[in-house]
Design a protein around this ligand. Structure first.
Ligand code: IMP
Length: 191
């Protein structure tokens, strides 16, 4: 009579770190602040696929000034969980940013190596200015010194998922930011 209970992505979450409401409130504040700071400046928001898409989608709808959006995709050389700092551009900007006011929109800054590379790459394209807007700052493991202009939340050194962030391409569709259950990481092959 009863079918098996549906397993959902929520079952793999150990703890909710930032609720959907907390995210919405903070993103609204960031959007209002950016709208005020960039009034009359027609900024271009440059975001990095894929983790930033949910944040970007909400952030631009919290902004009321004219703006444009461009997307890049990068991949770090070397596999595993550590970023090497060597970055390959998989998808480049679609339009020139020369002379433009650039806001780099990032989901999370961990070691900072990826963003460090990206910033150098973007500065070579001669923007008029460049600032960083990052939803989550995880300073514990920082290796590259990066000045973040707009930060959503500073979080502890835990691997988080949801609101665009993935583990093995899953969980991006969680509406909150959570911590994954350790049992999901520890596959039998690694034991
Ligand atoms: P970084 O070069 O170490 O700063 O790497 C940043 C990238 O690593 C982010 O854009 C994410 O794609 C990924 N990353 C770092 N920490 C986490 C996490 O806690 N959850 C999911 N992805 C993460």
């Amino acid at each position: 009579m009863h079918s098996a209970p549906m397993r959902t992505i929520h079952d793999d979450v150990e703890e909710v770190l930032l609720s959907a409401d907390a995210l919405a409130d903070r993103v609204a504040q960031l959007g209002a602040q950016l709208s005020a700071d960039y009034a009359g400046r027609d900024p271009v928001l440059v975001s990095v696929l894929k983790g930033s898409i949910v944040f970007l989608a909400d952030l631009i709808r919290a902004m009321e000034i004219p703006l444009s959006v461009d997307l890049m995709e990068v991949s770090s050389y070397g596999s595993g969980t550590e970023t090497s700092g060597q970055v390959r551009i998989l998808k480049d900007l679609s339009a020139s940013i020369e002379g433009r006011e650039v806001i780099v929109v990032e989901d999370i800054i961990d070691t900072g190596l990826t963003l460090n590379y990206l910033l150098r790459y973007l500065w070579e394209r001669n923007p008029a200015s460049m600032r960083i807007c990052c939803l989550l700052d995880k300073p514990a493991r920082r290796l590259a010194e990066i000045e973040i202009d707009y930060t959503g939340f500073t979080i502890p050194d835990r691997f988080v998922i949801g609101y665009g962030l993935d583990y093995d391409e899953r969980y991006r569709n969680l509406p909150y930011v959570g911590v994954l259950r350790p049992s999901v990481y520890s596959s039998p092959s690694e034991e």
